[in-house]
Design a protein around this ligand. Structure first.
Ligand code: MLT
Length: 201
């Protein structure tokens, strides 16, 4: 997958895997990584799907309606890529934390839905439920931060709570941060994510 890698100053810090929103690229979330954990190695990844020229991590049939077959295949593609990148750059595979926004948060949630040891933790910014009716793997103790907007027209309050309860049902430890915004990121939620990272890792 197209990506950039920046080696961090502290090999013990979590490796941040940056997953952009629709129309973004591997560079988009670099300032957020710098804010969250400046010492971390960072892997910024670009989604391989194009929707009217806009990169995404998986196909959708309509706004909020996902192509589940593609989602499952693309989740495996990303999982395999993370394994390869860990080998190529000498990273500890079990210290990877995704920082995903919107479509990037959705594929990160899908990694958690499909693979037991995909991630050390996850920062999901404005995620949706990636797919329903699936038995989740055991996620005991996996820390997950969810940043959500009470007025988000794409990720409703009820869908955010559904995602929380599905992940909690699998054993993940969810920290849910609500702000009064819509689908855009707020400084406040990023500060909250930064505090969460400092306390958890
Ligand atoms: C998605 O398609 O993953 C979600 O609707 C979020 C987005 O707009 O990318």
């Amino acid at each position: 997958m197209q990506h950039i890698f920046k080696k961090g100053s502290d090999p013990a810090a979590p490796v941040l895997v940056l997953l952009h929103g629709t129309g973004g690229n591997e560079h988009d979330l670099l300032p957020i990584a710098e804010m969250l954990s400046p010492e971390s190695s960072v892997l910024g990844v670009r989604g391989n799907v194009l929707e009217n020229g806009m990169p995404r991590f998986f196909r959708r049939l309509a706004e909020g309606v996902f192509d589940e077959e593609d989602l499952v295949a693309r989740t495996k593609e990303l999982h395999d890529f993370l394994d390869e990148a860990a080998r190529e750059y000498g990273l500890q595979r079990d210290r990877m934390i995704t920082v995903g926004f919107s479509n990037g948060a959705n594929i990160a949630a899908s990694l958690l839905f499909h693979y037991e040891h995909a991630l050390w933790g996850a920062v999901l910014l404005h995620p949706m439920v990636p797919l329903r009716g699936k038995q989740l793997p055991v996620l005991t103790g996996v820390p997950v931060f969810i940043g959500a907007g009470k007025n988000d027209p794409i990720c409703s309050v009820s869908e955010t709570e559904e995602l929380q309860s599905l992940l909690e049902g699998a054993g993940a430890e969810i920290t849910l941060y609500w702000d009064n915004q819509g689908h855009q990121l707020s400084k406040r939620e990023l500060f909250a994510a930064s505090d969460w990272l400092d306390n958890r890792f």
